[in-house]
Design a protein around this ligand. Structure first.
Ligand code: GRF
Length: 222
């Protein structure tokens, strides 16, 4: 019997296509989670409109007006905790969060990153992947720790790098996969199947020795 869906708060800074994927998955019948609030650090983030269209409360915690040390993290934490979420999902959230903030949410904060971590942490991943001449690129969902894009990885999706790719064509191919793996990982977490232990990522009671991998042509992770 499905219980009450887990409340998820999503943090964004921009377009919000991953937010949309989470909203849609959470709105499905018997989904184990629902997006209950969306918080942006930018008042002009297009994703805020997606939330409003879905009837989800939005809030802006503007980093430009919270310049004192620790002020942004404190305001963000207060805004999140008002919703008492089971999970915080970063979805294109472009601020670096402090160690205290991250430890407050340890084990209940996920991020989606557009590369096959640990390769290409940080920004501009598609251009850097092309420059490095990799034949495969992709996206990773990981638990957030104080190390930027360095937390334990849950699941990855791989895509080929094709002749003639530029950062935009590659980004589009990766984004399609982001929209598959992020809702999947969030649903696992909400269903109690996924958790962060002292010894790493646990799925269905077993420690993952390497991230799960979803190939574009398959449905099931391996
Ligand atoms: C995505 O590529 C995500 O992986 C990265 O930033 C981008 C955000 O896109 N962290 P969107 O706002 O979800 O459309």
């Amino acid at each position: 019997m499905p219980g009450t869906p887990m409340s998820v708060v999503v943090l964004i800074s921009g377009r919000g296509s991953n937010l949309q994927a989470l909203i849609d998955a959470g709105a499905a019948r018997e989904a184990p989670f629902a997006v209950r609030a969306v918080i942006s650090n930018r008042p002009d983030a297009a994703g805020l409109e997606r939330a409003r269209r879905a009837g989800i409360p939005t809030e802006v915690v503007n980093h430009r007006t919270l310049r004192a040390p620790g002020a942004f993290d404190a305001a963000l934490r207060a805004a999140i905790d008002r919703h008492d979420p089971g999970l915080v999902a970063l979805a294109g959230f472009m601020r670096i969060l402090g160690a205290d903030f991250v430890s407050h949410y340890r084990g209940r904060i996920l991020n989606i990153h557009p590369s096959l971590l640990p390769r290409f942490r940080g920004l501009d991943t598609h251009r850097r992947a092309l420059q490095a001449g990799v034949s495969e690129h992709g996206a990773s969902v990981h638990f957030v720790t104080a190390e930027l894009d360095g937390g334990p990885v849950v699941i990855q999706a791989r895509v080929p790098v094709l002749p003639g790719d530029d950062p935009d064509t590659l980004a589009a191919r990766v984004l399609e996969q982001e929209h598959r793996i992020y809702p999947l990982a969030v649903a696992w977490f909400a269903a109690g199947r996924l958790r962060l232990g002292e010894d790493g990522v646990h799925l269905d009671g077993r420690v993952l020795t390497r991230p799960l991998s979803l190939r574009p042509d398959t449905r099931a992770p391996v």
